[in-house]
Structures are given as structure tokens and as C-alpha cells.
Design a protein around this ligand. Structure first.
Ligand code: GDP
Ligand code: MG
Length: 451
């Protein structure tokens, strides 16, 4: 995981909030200062660091934590949204019928990333993909690309003896005409000089590439900004891929510098292997960085009309191990709004404590039960929903009558709740699950956990 240092810095800064309900001026200033140091150490630039710290400070003053949310989580949520805001909104790429031109300086990872992208889309979309090696300056570039894709059905086109890149591109495009996606790897230089500009410009005109991806090594840090800007002037960069995030603690520099240019980061490279590629989505990236696990994925699933705050609150309560009928009710409300149980299950942490292992039939059943359960619970008092154990014969009878269902239906609901609650409790006795849960909650050890 990239940016481990930043994670440690942020958690160090909010550790001081442990057990507190309010911060005094000194404590707030101390926390903001620690966050600032953490950002600077991850190589975020001074202006961005200042902006984030200022926003964090004013939001900490103005915004109250939601009910049930501890101050530490509240601060973490603010930091999360500010970091996501800074890294920009993700861009979706449709790979079909595209020609992608890979550009960048020497040694940044263009050839490696060319192979990674080809494999990424081949696996995801089962498309016919071809790559063209048009780097005539680096001897062995063709062999390198061939070797990277040795185990792959991706077609690799190259002419190792040819010295004119443009010729290779022309021949290559004619040769691989049937491919759904063509990726063209080009040569780099130490810097974007006139010779490289002319070459890229010529290739660009012939290839009429629909996407121009700039590859930048994370280790260049903030210098990624000017590099991105100059390549953008030349070919109109449509996406940036930041590589080698596995090898630097200061990856924040490259990521944030690119973000300021307005060019979207579309992928990140986190290793030398062809499979070490990851689609870049700032929200997922940051939530993983901050150890927020799949909670965010759950919220992302929610349609516009679903209150994201509410979803977060439910997820938080779920994590905390308390589980009233009310929680189950709200969770069901959310599920029925989202639609399919299947979809949401796959986004629940640990498949919702084992519920991900339900059979297809069970899932279907649950879906049909949702509506009925809702109707039944609408006939309950909030006390009953909070303390389902008070639901004995008399109350069950009343609820069945009030909701136009049968006592059997009400008992089914209670049985469902008991099963769910048991699963939650099961976490207590399971060390592996406990660890997963703890990891997911980050290092916030004062979160009220049932263990
Ligand atoms: N650790 C790591 N190494 C990478 C990554 N991407 C590329 N490399 C390595 O960086 C070096 C240069 O990569 P290459 O693709 O030849 O760069 P090019 O000159 O831009 O084509 C090679 O040794 C690659 O294995 C990455 O994401 N992580
Ligand atoms: Mg290369």
C-alpha cells in the first residue's frame, strides 16, 4: 500500500483525540499541526497542505459529530473528504475501439504499463487487444514488451530493425486492424526535448489516438506537475498513470501535483509484475489508505436518494457490534432502496460477517422478506425495535394484527434478527475475523467494539 507513512502520520495526529468529546484550542492546534507535518512528509505541496489544514480546522470548529460518532472518527471523516476532494474525481475509461498512445520520459514505466494495461482490459473485458512497440531508441524495447506479455494472448507488434517510429506505427496499425483496443508504446527521453516532441507529434497525427496516457514515476514527486503540464500541451493528456507507488513514501507529491494540473489520474502502478496495476479512484484509494475498508464501498453503492450519512452511520454501528432490530430495519430499508441483496453483500465487510456465503436461494428469500419485514416493523414502537427481546406473545399478537400479517411472520422476523445478531456475536470468538475487523477500523482502538 502506497503512502503508509501518511497513514501513520494521520493516525498519530488523531490519536490525541482518543476519549475526548471536545478539543480545546491548544489540542486543536496540536492536531492540525501534526496533520500538516504528515502531509508535508508525504510530499504534498505547501499550498495544498495549507488548504487542507485550514479546511480541517474550520470544519472541526463548525461541524458537530453525528450522533453516535466519536470525535476521532469525525476528524478522520473530515480528513477523508478533504483528501478525496484534493485528488479529484475519477474518470471512467471505456476501452472499446480505442487507440491509446503511451507517453512519458525515460524509465518511468511506459513499457511495463503498456503490458499491464493490455492485460488489465483483456482480463476484464475479454477483448482482442494489440500493443505496438514504437520505441526505436531503446534497444530491446520490443523484446521487453514481448517478454512482459509472453504468457498473454495479447498481440505484440514490433519491428526491432526499423529505426523510424512512424513507420512502425503505420505498419502496426495496418497489421492489427481487427483489435478492439490498440496500445502504442513510445520512446522517452531524459526530458521533453524538441526531438521527442517532434516524434510524439508525428505519431500522434498518424495514430489519431483517442487516449493519450502519460506515465509518471511517483519518485519524481512534485516535479510530476510541470511534467504533466508540458506533455499536456503537446498531446493533450487524457489520463495519467503514476507508477512505482510501491517504492516511495512520498507518493503524495506526484499524486497531488498531477491533480492540480486537472489531468485525471486513471491508474496507479504498485509493482513490477504485469498484474501490479490498479484503477485509481480517489475515494477508494483514500479510504483504503485510512483503513476505512469496505465501508466506503458500501456508501458508494447507494443511489442518489440514499442518505450517505445515514449509510455511514449504519455501517459504523454494524462495525461496533451493537445490533438492534432498529439497525436491522434501517439496514433493510437501505438494502431495499439499493435493490439487490447480492450487490450489497459483496460490498459488506467480510461479506457481512458470513452472510456473503448465503446461497442464491437464501438471498432471494431474504429479498422477498424485506417488504414484509418493513410492514411488520412499522407496527412496532421504537422501544420494541431497540429491545427486540421484549417481544413476547402479547406484543407479537398486537403487531401481527396491526400490520395485517400473521404471528408466524412476526416470529420469522425475530428469528432472522436473532440469527443476524448471533453472527455478529460470532465475531467475538473468531480471532481472524476480529483482526479483520480491527484492521478495518484502523487503529482507532477506542471505538466501541464488542470484544
Ligand atoms: N516497483 C515498480 N517498478 C516499476 C513499476 N513500473 C515500472 N517499473 C520498473 O521500472 C523500470 C522502467 O520501466 P520501463 O517500463 O522500462 O520504463 P520506460 O522506459 O518508461 O518504458 C523497470 O525496471 C520496471 O520493472 C512499478 O509500478 N513499480
Ligand atoms: Mg520503454
Amino acid at each position: 500500500m502506497a503512502l503508509e507513512g501518511l497513514k501513520a502520520g494521520i493516525f498519530g495526529a488523531i490519536a490525541a483525540l482518543k476519549g475526548k468529546r471536545k478539543l480545546d484550542e491548544g489540542e486543536l492546534a496540536e492536531m492540525i499541526k501534526s496533520i500538516r507535518v504528515a502531509l508535508l512528509e508525504a510530499d504534498f505541496n505547501v499550498r495544498q497542505t495549507k488548504e487542507i489544514s485550514e479546511r480541517l480546522e474550520s470544519r472541526m470548529r463548525e461541524e458537530e459529530p453525528r450522533p453516535g460518532v466519536i470525535l476521532q472518527t469525525h476528524a478522520l471523516n473530515i480528513i477523508y473528504t478533504e483528501l478525496v476532494r484534493m485528488l479529484g474525481t475519477p474518470r471512467e475509461i471505456i476501452p472499446h475501439n480505442q487507440t491509446i498512445l503511451m507517453v512519458g520520459l525515460y524509465g518511468q514505466g511506459k513499457t511495463t504499463t503498456t503490458a499491464k494495461l493490455a492485460e488489465w482490459w483483456r482480463k476484464k473485458h475479454n477483448m482482442k487487444i494489440a500493443v505496438i512497440e514504437a520505441d526505436v531508441h531503446r534497444p530491446g524495447a520490443y523484446a521487453q514488451l514481448q517478454q512482459l506479455l509472453a504468457d498473454s494472448p495479447v498481440e505484440v507488434y514490433g519491428e526491432p530493425e526499423e529505426t523510424d517510429a512512424l513507420t512502425i506505427v503505420k505498419n502496426g496499425l495496418a497489421e492489427v486492424g481487427g483489435a478492439d483496443l490498440v496500445i502504442i508504446d513510445t520512446a522517452g527521453r531524459d526530458r521533453l526535448d524538441e526531438a521527442l516532441q517532434d516524434e510524439l507529434d508525428a505519431i500522434h497525427r498518424v495514430a489519431k489516438a483517442t487516449e493519450r496516457f502519460l506515465v509518471i514515476d511517483a519518485q519524481v514527486g512534485q516535479a510530476a506537475g510541470p511534467v504533466a503540464a508540458s506533455f499536456h500541451d503537446l498531446v493533450g493528456v487524457t489520463g495519467v498513470i503514476v507508477t512505482k507507488l510501491d517504492g516511495t513514501a512520498r507518493g503524495g507529491g506526484a499524486l497531488s501535483a498531477v491533480a492540480t494540473t486537472g489531468a485525471p489520474i486513471v491508474f496507479i502502478g504498485e509493482g513490477e509484475k504485469v498484474s501490479d496495476l490498479e484503477k485509481f479512484e480517489s475515494d477508494r484509494f483514500i479510504s483504503r489508505l485510512l483503513g476505512m475498508g469496505d465501508i466506503r464501498g458500501l456508501i458508494d453503492l447507494a443511489p442518489e436518494d440514499l442518505d450517505a450519512e445515514e449509510a455511514a452511520r449504519i455501517a459504523e454501528r454494524l462495525m461496533s457490534g451493537r445490533f438492534t432490530l432498529n439497525d436491522m430495519y434501517k439496514q433493510m430499508q437501505m438494502m431495499s432502496k439499493i435493490g439487490t441483496v447480492d450487490k450489497i453483500m459483496s460490498h459488506m465487510p467480510m461479506g457481512f460477517m458470513g452472510m456473503g456465503n448465503m446461497s442464491k436461494k437464501q438471498k432471494l428469500e431474504m429479498q422477498t422478506n424485506l417488504e414484509k419485514f418493513k410492514i411488520i416493523m412499522d407496527s412496532m414502537t421504537s422501544h420494541e425495535k431497540n429491545e427486540p427481546l421484549v417481544l413476547k406473545q402479547e406484543r407479537i399478537k398486537r403487531i401481527a394484527l396491526g400490520s395485517g400479517t400473521t404471528e408466524r411472520d412476526v416470529r420469522d422476523l425475530l428469528a432472522q434478527w436473532k440469527r443476524s445478531r448471533k453472527m455478529m456475536k460470532g465475531v467475538r470468538g473468531n480471532r481472524r475475523l476480529r483482526k479483520q475487523m480491527k484492521d478495518m477500523m484502523g487503529d482507532m482502538d477506542d471505538v466501541d467494539m464488542p470484544m
